[in-house]
Design a protein around this ligand. Structure first.
Ligand SMILES: [Zn+2]
Length: 116
């Protein structure tokens, strides 16, 4: 779980089980005006599918009024561009998202974050 600012709104981004999401959904994004704005992504997504659904839900947060088809089409296109350009996920257990820095597998901080 981590927090991110999206257009002036702090969202919590976290994993969810299929039972916590609407049937057949891999993710969810609450309205920016919700009490606790949240993006949820289903456990088990990996690789390009995780990239696609992350972009998809982030787009809902950024452009709430954009219709589902436009979000789907643009998220797939952006994921395709990033994937073909070589973007991949760093294992979350070695990322300190709060401070935007990488942690060695032995738990030591590695390098300076952008906030330092
Ligand atoms: Zn959607």
């Amino acid at each position: 779980m981590f927090k991110v600012m999206i257009r002036g709104v702090e969202y919590t981004v976290k994993r969810a089980t299929s039972k916590q999401l609407k049937a057949g959904c891999y993710g969810d994004c609450t309205h920016p005006a919700a009490i606790s704005p949240t993006i949820q992504l289903i456990h088990g997504l990996r690789g390009k599918r995780l990239l696609n659904y992350t972009i998809h839900e982030a787009q809902h947060a950024c452009l709430w009024d954009l219709d589902e088809e436009a979000v789907n089409d643009s998220a797939e296109a952006i994921a395709e561009i990033l994937w073909k350009d070589g973007w991949r996920r760093i294992k979350p257990d070695i990322m300190d998202y709060e401070n935007d820095r990488r942690i060695n597998t032995n738990g030591k901080l590695n390098g300076k974050g952008k906030n330092q």
